[in-house]
Write a protein that binds this ligand. Structure first.
Ligand code: FES
Length: 108
């Protein structure tokens, strides 16, 4: 399936915490940053650790294992040991529902 798919109700998201969802078979971490919802693949690029289990500050999500932080807007790794970006996905909000298009990953 392609195009935006339902990921979660907007009201289950809270700032400072990532929400793990599966959209179209892809594990995604949703990050609420102000009135924007960011979607980043829920897997660190350094090892297969779910990013949703780490801490969130603004648009940054931290891998708990070795502390690499990623910009959830771009997927860019902000510090070592991770050097590779993580895919991010376009999001929309429709009637209080967060929609994510995992068929159109954004790679930086
Ligand atoms: S597994 Fe994420 S930084 Fe090492």
């Amino acid at each position: 399936m392609s195009g935006p798919e339902f990921a979660a109700p907007l009201d289950v998201l809270s700032e400072g915490t990532a929400t793990a969802v599966t959209v179209g078979g892809v594990d995604v971490a949703l990050v609420l940053d102000g009135d924007e919802v960011l979607a980043i693949r829920d897997e660190c690029s350094h090892a297969a650790i779910p990013l949703s289990e780490g801490e969130v500050e603004g648009c940054e999500i931290e891998c708990w294992l070795h502390g690499s932080r990623f910009d959830a807007r771009t997927g860019k790794a902000l510090n070592l040991p991770a050097t590779e970006s993580v895919p991010t996905y376009p999001t929309t909000i429709q009637d209080g529902r967060v929609m994510v298009d995992v068929s159109a990953p954004i790679r930086s």
